[in-house]
Design a protein around this ligand. Sequence first.
Ligand code: HEC
Length: 202
Amino acid sequence: MNQLPVKSSIKSAVKLSSIFISIALLATPAVANGDDKDNIQQSRALAKNLFVNLKGALVAAMKEGGPAAAIAACNQQAQPITNALSSRRTGVSIKRTSLRLRNEKNAPDAWEIKVLEQFESRAAAGESLATMEHHEVVSSGEEKSFRYMKAIPAGKKCMVCHGEFITKNVLSSIRALYPLEQAIGFKPGDLRGAFSVTRKLD
Ligand code: HEC
């Protein structure tokens, strides 16, 4: 169940090469301003790129082998696809995070927890998750970073692996890979998590 069909691996390798091209486009000078348009646009583009690549891997695996194959695909590909979009050279990194985690590697830091909680309150006050984002320049010691987060709403299609009613088979596949699993029980329209982009500033 952990092995992906060769076909999918090739597909994802092709996608990874397109990821590297987009990193090159992100290598413009950093500006120390939380409302800087270039930083905001680049963060949005990076979040979209990650979304499209992860969704592609998920949909392809789902078509080929149903939820079990798709869980294995997420398990094997989500981290490499995410890490491939981060670049030491440009000082830009991206991750997905949540207050209710499946993979501990996606754990939020203190700033991300604060923003995720802010997203929950904004959603409770009626703001749409579809366009919800937050950006600011954050200082930590001597280091300054431009930080950006974009809400990830839970959609109907996510329910098979993150919803309230999960089949026994899906649940046992998930728990076998993620013993600390906390990412089920969501309803469509809930805040599932967020993309989080950090750009180190000079
Ligand atoms: C086939 C099962 C499956 C489906 C469908 C699915 N996910 Fe996931 N999801 C996973 C797995 C497995 C992980 C852990 C990936 C990893 O190891 O990084 C995960 C992780 C995540 C994370 C990262 C945070 C965390 O808890 O580790 C987010 C955010 C997320 N999923 C959102 C979604 C959204 C939004 C949808 C619907 C568009 C969706 N998922 C559909 C299986 C699924």
